[in-house]
Design a protein around this ligand. Structure first.
Ligand code: CMC
Length: 428
């Protein structure tokens, strides 16, 4: 980060002396005012619930231009990565800063494949869960539990430990998600097959049974791989900030990722894909396209508490580029499966059209986000709705780890410890 010649001057309406604060420039995007000395100089904190105006760190991984609807991983537009890379190449890029050459890719793929199995004891742990447990409950626990199995990779201050933890987490997440699913349908989970691609192996673990193998179709594998790429990182989102904050205490990487998974579960964040499909199904059951007007009126009624799931974003004030790619994939997958007249897709497109022309959504710059179409694709692939957020967690694991690693290497990194404006009772 570069210091700007410009300075921020903060003055007060009473006798408190004003102060001058440095301003930094990133390589692109808004400048930041460095307020670290504020409390020391004035005895005041800043107040910014929800971090509306606060950059919590410097980062060189992912850049979002929310006004123009652009997303870059390490400088590469998401559209290029979605079209020309597979998920493991995107992982390599996020972790190490460059796309792999052929040898690097081969080595990385081999390394990941070496770690796809989980310790047998994890299967015993899985059996302790109720069959109707939400997969995110199972996944949160199982990811955290990895710390109990890999004592050689729990020192977050050791870059070697972090690296092997990263490889283990990326490699084992598909296995853990498939295990959570198979447990919920009372089936044994096939062991990973390292001859398959990352996404192909995941689909096989999901859909093969001991009496019938599953050969994933290329179109569906490619679609799932694209979903993984589109969700791989998204700068300082809620779960990533959670992982950073959790890791800032010096806890182990598995625990920090477990915290990220727990955070992602919420419907305002990763849980939106499940909530969005539920919403589309409800509108469909109530009469479909003919009921859109009524539903939109409820969304616009501020007293209803109803939100249009899969719409709106803190950073995007334009069409989410991931939603555009997802819509494309949606058509491709449904076309491939011969269900391109899928009523939920028709409904989603009609809903999108209505909202893009409606003053409420236009004035608030509310556009479809990545979750609006991803649920339709996942459902078409055969992924059960309750597993949608777990798929998101699987994909985002690499982003969480890349961000955690970046934080640990940042000389400005301190334990994350926000302050407060106390409004409670004073001494009594
Ligand atoms: N439906 C209806 N109104 C909305 C929506 C929506 N989905 N999102 C925002 N608004 C309204 C909101 O009521 C407010 O209106 P007003 O100014 O009259 O009070 C205005 O738009 C600004 O919204 P906000 O709540 O201040 O925005 P935020 O940045 O705090 O929240 C959000 C962002 C993503 C939590 C929110 O848009 C939302 O809840 N969307 C639905 C859930 C969703 O799809 N989440 C996935 C986000 S993308 C994937 C991810 O990051 O996990």
């Amino acid at each position: 980060m570069k210091s700007s010649e410009k300075r921020a001057v903060l003055t007060f309406s009473d006798a408190t002396p004003g102060i001058t604060l440095p301003i930094y420039q990133g390589s692109v995007g808004p400048e930041v005012i460095d307020i670290r000395s504020l409390y020391g100089k004035t005895g005041m904190f800043t107040y910014d619930p929800g971090f509306l105006s606060t950059a919590s760190c410097q980062s060189a991984i992912t850049y979002i231009d929310g006004d123009r609807g652009k997303l870059l991983y390490r400088g590469y537009p998401i559209e290029q990565l979605a079209a020309q890379c597979d998920y493991l190449e995107a992982c390599y890029l996020l972790l190490y800063g460059e796309l792999p050459d052929r040898d690097q890719k081969q080595e990385f793929v081999g390394l990941i494949a070496n770690h796809t199995m989980v310790n047998e004891q994890m299967h015993l742990m899985l059996r302790g869960f109720r069959r109707d447990a939400h997969p995110m409950a199972v996944l949160t626990s199982m990811a955290g539990a990895l710390a109990a199995f890999y004592h050689d990779s729990t020192d977050i201050n050791n870059p070697k430990h972090r690296e092997i933890a990263a490889i283990r987490l990326i490699a084992k997440m598909p296995t853990l998600v498939a295990m959570a699913y198979k447990h919920s349908v009372s089936q044994s989970c096939p062991y990973p097959n390292n001859a398959l691609s990352y996404s192909g192996n995941f689909m096989r673990m999901m859909f093969a049974t001991p009496c019938e193998d599953y050969e994933p179709s290329d179109v569906l594998v490619r679609a799932l791989d694209r979903i993984f790429i589109l969700h791989a990182d998204h700068e300082q989102n809620t779960s990533t900030s959670t992982v950073r904050l959790c890791g800032s205490s010096g806890t182990n990487p598995f625990a920090a990722i477990g915290a990220g998974i727990a955070c992602l579960w919420g419907p305002a964040h990763g849980g939106a894909n499940e909530a969005c499909l539920g919403m589309l199904q409800d509108i469909h059951a109530a009469g479909g396209v003919a009921r859109i007007g009524e539903f939109v009126a409820r969304v616009k009624d501020e007293n209803s508490g109803v939100k249009l799931m899969g719409f709106g974003h803190r950073v995007y004030k334009n069409y989410d580029p991931r939603a555009r790619l997802m819509r494309e994939t949606c058509h491709e997958v449904l076309g491939h499966l011969g269900v391109d007249r899928d009523p939920l897709l028709q409904l989603a497109m009609a809903l999108e059209k209505v909202t893009l022309e409606d003053e409420y959504f236009v004035s608030r710059k509310l556009y479809p986000n990545v979750d609006f179409y991803s649920g339709i694709v996942l459902r078409a692939i055969g992924i059960p709705v309750s597993l949608f957020t777990a798929i998101f967690a699987l994909s985002r694991t690499v982003g969480w780890i890349a961000q955690l690693n970046e934080m640990m290497a940042d000389p400005d990194y301190r334990i994350g410890r926000p302050r407060q404006l106390f409004t409670g009772t004073v001494l009594r």
